[in-house]
Ligand binder design. Structure first.
Ligand code: ADP
Ligand code: MG
Length: 232
């Protein structure tokens, strides 16, 4: 029963992912091709060859990063939905993200946390959605700050809130969230939020965004409380 939810949306998501990732992979592959062609055309010095090698390696790593970030979580199989305890996953994700946040002088703080709230999700994808939002929150505070996470529930819904004190967004920027390749970052992919929106909607959830330019942003993920499934 659980896995029959929103199948056609999942199909759309998969082709979305495929298009986005193959587009992104094209860049490193093109560079690699270019370097290899160059090396064939002329008998470069050993020094120059070593330089080409390391550039090629850099591009291969970039392609690998992309695959790690996006493909692992876009398995074409229908993700298995399972009951998870929100607080357990939040703690886990914060642990994963701690080194990254520390490196950017961001303190991650757990606010009011409903310790018992449960939802029905694909655990890995749910973690990816949270990671992407937290990463953006951290990146929105170039001079450091606090990122807070809280969770609460009602009999019908569960809410997870991620709040930062970062650069914030205009109304127009908020509207563009989730659009493929929308990014204001020098090295951004503009795919993180697309992935997150797809995942959350696959799992019958919704994303609410409250942001103020120069002040900060609050992302709220809303999911059906697991109790609403169990009653059926
Ligand atoms: P990327 O992080 O690679 O730029 P995303 O899809 O993750 O791509 O985010 C798209 C854009 O949305 C970001 O470049 C940024 O402008 C904006 N954004 C997302 N989250 C936040 C946030 N917490 N604070 C400010 N801006 C944000
Ligand atoms: Mg991002």
């Amino acid at each position: 029963l659980y896995n029959s939810l929103l199948k056609h949306e999942k199909m759309e998501t998969v082709s979305h992912f495929a298009a986005a990732v193959s587009h992104e992979l094209r860049n490193p592959l093109q560079s690699i091709k270019g370097f290899i062609q160059l090396m064939k055309e002329y008998d470069y010095s050993r020094e120059k060859q070593v330089e080409f090698h390391s550039l090629i390696l850099k591009e291969i790593n970039a392609a690998e990063d992309l695959i790690d970030d996006y493909l692992v979580y876009a398995k074409p199989t229908y993700g298995q939905l399972e009951p998870i305890t929100v607080s357990t996953e939040v703690h886990h994700v914060l642990k994963i993200m701690a080194p990254y946040a520390n490196g950017k002088d961001v303190k991650m703080q757990i606010g009011d946390m409903d310790e018992t709230a449960e939802i029905l999700v694909d655990r890995q994808k749910f973690q990816q959605a949270l990671v992407n939002i937290i990463r953006n929150g951290v990146e929105s505070m170039p001079d450091g700050g606090t990122l807070a996470i809280a969770a609460k529930s009602s009999p019908a819904k569960v809410w997870i809130e991620v709040t930062d004190e970062g650069v914030g967004m205009t109304k127009e920027e908020v509207q563009r969230l989730g659009e493929p390749y929308f990014s204001n970052k020098i090295k951004g992919t503009g795919l993180g939020m697309m992935v997150t929106y797809s995942i959350v909607s696959q799992m019958n959830g919704q994303i609410m965004v409250d942001s103020q330019k120069g002040k900060g942003t609050e992302f709220t993920l809303e999911f059906p409380n697991i109790a609403t499934f169990e009653k059926k």
